[in-house]
Write a protein of this length. Structure first.
Length: 302
């Protein structure tokens, strides 16, 4: 129990730190993008916004137990926030695409109706520092993901790395704009919008299972699978949610044979393995009830 809770607390702390640093990076990008009228930087900021929202959902999920939120994951508030984010991203992406297309058309026709990109070496240096911070946060999350064996941290780190690499591309583009290649900024803006849509879909694809609240697997079917593991005399209070084949969240209470109390952890691992082999990726919380009435909790995931 202490090991599982320790990992959960450590993951929460890492996610909290990553969230605040990512929000700081987002604020700087939006401020510089608005001040310089750089469409590519504004569009790239959408990636950081998506990463921040994904980390926020992960913080909420990790901070709450299964039973506290009627199942792992998120409630109506988080679902509403997700819909609002998608609506905002849709509006922002369409707006940036429209402005970028008009800018490219103006450049092609040599029109004077252009939005000047006001970039200077100092702002480029600030953006370079922001990019370095993103890389450091991503590397830190990836390291902690390996230490804590956390799929959530690994997913977040991969997205932050993607954001940092895209920032390098934007920086190179802004340098090109400062040299007179003005078409680079609107062209990169279109590219950033397309990649933002893909990034948003990946985040939603990861988070959707935890947004689902209906029963994923019948308790009777789970009980049948659980009883295949030796040493279990009874299982009860079985709950499950998510999407079978994508990600399933399971909680249960087990009563073990008195002679098997000493290998409770091994039995919990076998139960988790049996569920995963039959239903696919799963996160499992197991409460093992001892004879004295104390609960021992085993938290496993894949």
């Amino acid at each position: 129990m202490s090991e599982a809770q320790g990992r959960r607390q450590a993951s929460r702390q890492v996610l909290f730190a990553s969230l605040w640093l990512t929000l700081l990076v987002l604020a700087v990008k939006v401020w510089i993008g608005w001040a310089t009228q750089a469409l590519s930087l504004v569009a790239e900021s959408l990636h950081t916004l998506i990463d921040s929202f994904s980390i926020l959902l992960s913080v909420i999920s990790v901070s709450s137990s299964f039973s506290e939120r009627t199942g792992w994951g998120h409630g109506k508030l988080e679902a509403t926030m997700t819909l609002l984010l998608v609506a905002f991203l849709g509006f922002a992406c369409l707006s940036i695409l429209a402005v970028s297309a008009s800018q490219l058309e103006a450049i092609a026709s040599r029109s004077t109706d252009l939005l000047p990109v006001k970039i200077n070496p100092l702002l480029l240096q600030v953006l370079g520092v922001v990019m370095a911070i993103s890389f450091c946060v991503a590397a830190f999350e990836l390291y902690e993901a390996r230490v804590l064996e956390s799929a959530t941290l690994r997913f977040s780190a991969n997205h932050l790395f993607q954001d940092a690499w895209l920032m390098i591309l934007v920086l190179v583009g802004l340098v090109g704009v400062s040299w007179g290649y003005t078409w680079i900024d609107p062209a990169l803006g279109i590219v950033m919008v397309v990649t933002a849509v893909i990034s948003c879909w990946r985040v939603l694809n990861w988070q959707i299972p935890s947004l689902m609240h209906q029963i994923a697997i019948a308790p009777e079917a789970l009980a049948q699978t659980i009883h295949q593991v030796e040493g279990i005399t009874h299982c009860y209070a079985i709950n499950s949610r998510g999407i079978v084949g994508r990600q399933v969240f399971v909680e249960m209470h087990l009563i073990l044979h008195p002679e098997c109390i000493g290998i409770a952890r091994s039995i919990a691992e076998r139960v988790e393995r049996a569920i995963r082999e039959r239903y696919g990726p799963a996160k499992v919380v197991i409460y093992i009830d001892s004879i004295g009435g104390k609960d021992k909790r085993s938290n496993t995931s894949s």
